[in-house]
Design a protein around this ligand. Structure first.
Ligand code: ZN
Ligand code: ZN
Ligand code: ZN
Length: 792
């Protein structure tokens, strides 16, 4: 090849390439290689033209992929040769395109290594400045007020740049070139400490020192973090942590912990290399890691839990505080129960009144609540789902709460190979608990951050804001609204009103179909799959509460291939908090009047309760039927005495999982599980029913023989895994999708996966979209777009 042959190449890059330092990176790369041309942002990503010798342009294209900034996600590169122009240098241009916005909004990212170095360098002008950022790190989504992502469209718009910052901002070769939230002690936001009445008691350095002192004394401090307030307290002080629990009215649900370093985490947790990589990633989520036996943390941090939710400092402010504290801190969302995180300091004075002893605040506004994300590492194979670094990073990661660092990263989506073209904007409003909303436009779906449980006024407000936000930032109005089948979910009621107001179709999607579709969309599956959707509760449309479902599903439709044998839920909703109710119902189904409470010493139910439950079951009054797998887990939690009462959603199921994990980490694959039968269904619309009665009978025998609850929990898990294989074989589809809140249980997930794979099935589970109801909106959006296309 002729080395001197010059060519010009037009390059288009799609993905997360804005707000992540991609243009300066390309500028430096091209300059280093002596190439000429330009780069600019476009509505789909960036457009580049480069000119130089053929081999050097080739090198450029290779290094564009291999050396891209850690937080960039290069999804698609298309190239074409064009006539040479012989320009003099490489330059960075501004976006000139108008029209429909691409669904690319950069997420918030943890402080990068370069900024951390400056933070700790006494000779740097940003030494110990809590708001330093660059193009590689810092807030984006949490301070964005409009797009495109430019300083004037952020909450930093009110801070005028000082001359030094302006020079950095405008210099193409500077690592802060167009770092939109750029700031320094001269021109940027300022920190201060408030007492509980909102009186300023200290500023800047003095504020940091006083906060450290307060935390040392076991006080509770509300810290204004990146996407909202966190409540901090010393994790080693039993008394202080208990005080926080009392004040927050949160008796048992685990608190997240902030550690000064990875080494410090290792003193308390057994960390795998995958878990460590996630902790240190730019997304810096809370990682659920196994607790060491010899820890000296307050038991009240995560009572009875075998895991700890741990994270590392993700902002300069967190870095500064943790560097002086040098020990684990509880850093939990600044809210009450399931409300969204508080973002405004004046609001914090009201909503966190009586909880926080002091507030560490600043004058950089938070545009929207963005909570800390929660992830879990599970066994699995590497996946490449085009969702960037996080997707590449983690073989077996699973996001349980998707917020800071991940939201609102888009999922590239197209309805199979036949259709990658633009589709009308569709808004999907999600479910009721762990709500998220999604907006599908073109071949992308943007999933909002975790918004919480819609039954509180504050969450409802956050929900409405998220919907307005997505439309505003993406400048689209929905042409259809998708929602859950449940007529009374707040989100459904809202969707109905919105669709009427906009005169656009409303598309209700069955809860478990949405779960299956969300997992299919995440892996871009086309055609039909067997979807195993196991969770707490979803409206079935037939008067029953579904939750142990085997669906033969495509995006457009589904048939209910099989489900768990139904049992009653005495008292309906109340059964979610009281596993004893599910246990009573299951025993009632099994033996009716002889519900043998007296022969099961482990079943911790009072005489009074039993009589009450019996009368509910006898009269069938307010006792709806359910096929919920979550309630079957509750049954086991109750019968074994592991968890008769639950103080938060999913607690009972977790105790059963932890018990099983205690029993066996290795031997469970060969363990004999309790038997389940696959029998013909009694409903005309369903082929099969999975009968849990033999399983419960065997479990009762074990209880009577005094077998320990850990072994019983393990056999229960193993039995469920075996039953799925028989069912999948009957369904006869080669691809199986595992979804729903029950699959947050990593033991259950890996057992079911292994069994199915061993039997020759290809198994898909969630990675970047939560398996719980946080993933519903994505599923609703893709189901709706496919249904509407059929209509057209
Ligand atoms: Zn940085
Ligand atoms: Zn400045
Ligand atoms: Zn669900």
């Amino acid at each position: 090849m002729n080395e001197t042959l010059v060519q010009r190449m037009q390059v288009e890059v799609e993905g997360t390439v804005q707000g992540v330092g991609f243009r300066p990176f390309i500028y430096r790369l091209a300059s280093e290689l002596g190439l000429t041309g330009w780069i600019k942002n476009t509505r789909n990503g960036v457009a580049i033209e480069v000119e130089g010798s053929v081999s050097v342009v080739e090198t450029f294209l290779q290094r564009m992929r291999s050396d891209a900034p850690a937080s960039a996600a290069v999804e698609v590169i298309s190239t074409s040769a064009i006539p040479t122009l012989d320009d003099e240098s490489f330059s960075i241009g501004q976006c000139t395109e108008s029209g429909q916005r691409a669904l690319v909004i950069p997420p918030d990212l943890a402080t990068c290594a370069d900024c951390r170095r400056e933070l700790n360098d006494p000779h740097d002008r940003r030494f110990r400045y809590p708001f330093l950022t660059c193009t590689q790190c810092g807030p984006r989504y949490s301070l964005l007020t409009a797009i495109p992502y430019e300083r004037s469209n952020t909450t930093m718009a009110g801070f005028d740049l000082c001359p030094v910052c302006r020079t950095e901002y405008e210099a193409e070769a500077d690592r802060r070139f167009h770092a939109e939230p750029i700031a320094c002690p001269t021109c940027g936001p300022r920190l201060c400490l408030w007492d509980e009445q909102g009186h300023e008691v200290a500023g800047r350095e003095e504020a940091l020192q006083q906060v450290t002192a307060l935390l040392d004394q076991g006080r509770i401090v509300a810290v204004k973090g990146l996407g909202g307030f966190q409540l901090w307290v010393d994790a080693k002080s039993e008394e202080a942590v208990r005080r926080l629990r009392d004040r927050k009215r949160r008796p048992e649900k685990p608190f997240a912990l902030l550690f000064p370093s990875v080494d410090a985490v290792r003193d308390y947790c057994l960390l795998s290399s995958d878990e460590e990589a996630l902790l240190c990633s730019p997304q810096a989520p809370i990682v659920l890691a196994r607790k060491r036996q010899d820890t000296v943390l307050a038991e009240a941090v995560a009572p009875g839990n075998s895991c700890l939710g741990v994270m590392l400092p993700s902002t300069p402010l967190h870095d500064l505080l943790m560097a002086s504290l040098q020990r684990p801190m509880v850093a939990t969302s600044g809210n009450r129960s399931e409300e969204p995180i508080v973002t405004d300091e004046r609001e914090a004075l009201v909503r966190l009144q009586g909880i926080a002893d002091a507030l560490l605040v600043h004058d950089r506004l938070i545009a929207r609540p963005v909570d800390d994300s929660v992830v879990l590492v599970v066994g699995g194979k590497p996946v490449s789902n085009g969702m960037g670094e996080a997707g590449k990073l983690k073989a077996g990661m699973m996001i349980l709460r998707r917020a800071r660092g991940y939201a609102p990263q888009a999922t590239r989506w197209s309805d199979g190979p036949s259709n990658g073209k633009a589709q009308g904007p569709i808004l999907a409003v999600g479910g009721q608990l762990k709500n998220t909303v999604a907006l599908l436009s073109g071949n992308r779906v943007v999933l909002s951050q975790h918004l919480g449980d819609l039954s509180t006024v504050e969450s409802d407000r956050a929900f409405r804001q998220a919907i307005e936000d997505l439309q505003l930032m993406l400048q689209v109005t929905p042409e259809a609204v998708a929602c859950d089948f449940h007529p009374d979910y707040r989100s459904t009621v809202f969707a109905r009103m919105l669709s009427e107001a906009l005169l656009v179709p409303l598309v209700p999607v069955q809860h478990h179909h949405a779960h299956v579709a969300s997992c299919m969309a995440e892996h871009r599956l086309d055609g039909e799959v067997l979807g195993i959707a196991w969770d707490g509760a979803g409206y079935g449309g037939d008067g029953q509460i579904w939750g142990g479902e085997f669906l033969v599903a495509s995006y457009r439709q589904f048939t209910r291939f099989a489900h768990l044998r139904p049992f009653r839920l005495p008292g309906g909703e109340a059964a979610m908090r009281e596993p004893n109710r599910s246990a009573a119902a299951v025993l009632w189904e099994l033996m009716g009047e002889e519900m043998p409470v007296h022969r099961l010493p482990s079943w911790k139910v009072t005489e009074n309760q039993r009589a009450q439950l019996e009368s509910l079951l006898r009269s069938s009054f307010s006792s709806p039927w359910t096929t919920s797998m979550g309630r079957l887990f509750d049954t086991v939690a109750s019968l074994t005495g592991l968890c008769p009462q639950a103080s938060f959603e999913g607690q009972a199921a977790m105790t059963v999982q932890f018990a099983a994990e205690r029993e066996t980490d290795e031997g469970i694959m060969s363990m004999e599980g309790y038997p389940m039968d696959v029998v013909p269904s009694d409903s005309p619309h369903t082929k099969r029913m999975v009968d849990w009665r033999p399983m419960i009978s065997a479990l009762l025998d074990d209880l009577r023989r005094g077998i320990n609850p850990d072994k019983i929990a393990a056999r229960f898990h193993a039995g469920l895994a075996v039953a799925t294989v028989g069912l999948a074989q009957e369904a006869g589809l080669p691809r199986v999708v595992l979804t729903g809140g029950c699959f947050q249980n990593r033991l259950l997930l890996s057992l079911v996966r292994q069994r199915l794979e061993r039997a020759g099935f290809t198994v898909y589970s969630h990675v970047l979209v939560p398996p719980n109801d946080g993933g519903l909106s994505l599923g609703q959006a893709v189901v709706a777009v496919c249904r509407l296309k059929d209509v057209q």
